[in-house]
Design a protein around this ligand. Structure first.
Ligand code: HEM
Length: 437
């Protein structure tokens, strides 16, 4: 079902830019192409501000948190998340720079031999959201941390898998049946147990500490004791888990795609390294101030987000009232899937949609903004982590290419094969990180 909707380009040429799909008790309306997605997300922003009731997400989040809540709960949690991330943003860059040192060190340990970079990258990226929400990072060899990262990755994979879709389509039956999807609930309990422990520790220390991280800020909000607000521990738990989940998988997947593309296109990697050598050199760490002077590297990262297409179908929305889209009547409660894939590969927008071509984002040697480039979606529920994700992508990527050249293992061809779930991630692959100079 998901792969069918995913192939939006083919479907739109066959069924038009808007069509509906039925699967069990689920009915979706899929919108394709930049104009139509923009019409729904931006011009009808208020109408498509809700999330539909997706049984699996309902089961684990119970309508709380950020990503699957609606109405007043969502508005309050989102406003708080945006303001708190902004207030903590002053330290983002420093945290990512510090973490990139650990990432470079752990990759150095591979001594140029083939290795799978998956969990080294996930650990580095996750450590950033852990520092922001929990106030601390974890050692890459910490077994508990690695176990949580594996649970997180598998949960996301299972939610978007065939089993997850079957559960969402037939929840009343599936709720009673065994199957691999049961692991979602076991993993979720483990993740909840861990975060509850972190929250309990923060509560003990709250009076002595300044509000240094997301959980502290949230607990101070709960302490205000406003009985009409939705600041309570259940929402704190779900919001924290939302940030942990969304803040790890998406960005880490984008960085994995970036390394894979660099190994596959050595001449592009070489041009990025020339720019790094000219602007940053070998003696200091990259910073966000360098980005302006590095149009080629910025274009490569945007192209990675375009072809990597990490969140291919966006996150489903729901109509809060009756509306009309492309002349079709959509009643209140209609679930809408906005195909970001159809935008990223729209042949009316991109000169060479199916080719990895940083030139899509360059004009006369300068970075070129493209309107139809929405990896973080748009409208009321657009990704609140965009700034953080962009900081991580730039600093981690530049720090890695400053120190290593990524190559395919000898006699092994690189593949762009992927697994499609809520995210689109490369199948496990191995690379050599050859130290430079
Ligand atoms: C390359 C990295 C990332 C990509 C491509 C990405 C993409 C997206 C997309 C497409 C959505 C759906 C928005 C919609 O419904 O229209 C989303 C939502 C969301 N993202 Fe991200 N994201 C990334 C990184 C992050 C990070 C680092 C965080 C953590 C701070 C984050 C937190 C969230 C949250 C909480 C939502 C739900 C927002 C809501 O429902 O109001 N994301 N993201």
């Amino acid at each position: 079902f998901l792969p069918w909707v995913f192939s939006g380009q083919q479907q739109s040429s066959r069924y038009g830019n808007i069509f509906s799909v039925q699967f069990g008790s689920l009915t979706f309306v899929v919108v394709n192409g930049y104009q139509m997605v923009r019409e729904a997300l931006v011009h009808q922003a208020e109408i498509f501000a809700d999330r539909p009731n997706i049984p699996l997400l309902q089961e684990i989040f119970k309508g709380f948190g950020l990503i699957s809540s609606n109405g007043h709960i969502w508005r309050q949690q989102r406003k708080f998340a945006l303001a708190t991330l902004k207030s903590l943003a002053v330290n983002f860059e420093e945290k990512v720079q510090e973490e990139s040192r650990y990432l470079v060190e752990t990759i150095e340990e591979e001594k140029g031999q083939p290795f799978d970079p998956h969990y080294k990258i996930n650990s580095a990226v996750s450590n950033i959201i852990c520092s922001i929400t929990f106030g601390n990072r974890f050692d890459y060899h910490d077994n508990r941390f690695q176990e949580l990262l594996h649970s997180l990755a598998e949960t996301l994979l299972l939610i978007g898998s065939f089993w997850g879709q079957l559960y969402n389509a037939f929840p009343l039956i599936m709720r009673w049946l065994p199957g691999p999807f049961r692991k979602i609930f076991r993993h979720w309990e483990k993740l909840q147990y861990f975060v509850k422990g972190v929250i309990a520790k923060h509560k003990e220390d709250l009076d002595q500490s300044e509000a240094g991280d997301y959980i502290d800020c949230y607990l101070k909000e709960i302490e205000k004791g406003d009985t009409t607000s939705y600041f309570h521990e259940e929402n704190l738990l779900c919001s924290t888990l939302d940030l942990f989940l969304t803040g790890t998988e998406t960005t880490a997947t984008a960085i994995r795609w970036a390394l894979l593309y660099m190994a596959a296109y050595p001449h592009i990697q070489e041009k990025v390294q020339q720019e790094i050598d000219a602007v940053v050199g070998q003696c200091r760490q990259p910073s966000m101030a360098d980005k302006e002077k590095m149009p080629y590297t910025s274009a490569v990262l945007s192209e990675v987000l375009r072809v990597g297409n990490v969140v291919p179908l966006g996150v489903p929305r729901m109509a809060t009232s009756d509306t009309t889209l492309a002349g079709f009547h959509l009643p209140k409660g209609t679930t809408l899937m906005t195909s970001l894939t159809s935008i990223m590969f729209d042949k009316n927008v991109w000169e060479t949609p199916d080719t990895f071509n940083p030139g899509h984002f360059l004009e006369n040697g300068q970075y070129r903004r493209r309107e139809a480039f929405l990896p973080f979606s748009a409208g009321k529920r657009a990704c609140p982590g965009e700034q953080l994700a962009r900081t991580e992508l730039f600093i981690f990527f530049v720090a890695l290419l400053q120190k290593f050249t990524f190559q395919a293992p000898a006699a092994a061809a690189l593949s762009f094969a992927f697994t499609l779930s809520l995210t689109r991630c490369p199948k496990p692959f191995r690379l050599r990180a050859v130290p430079r100079g």
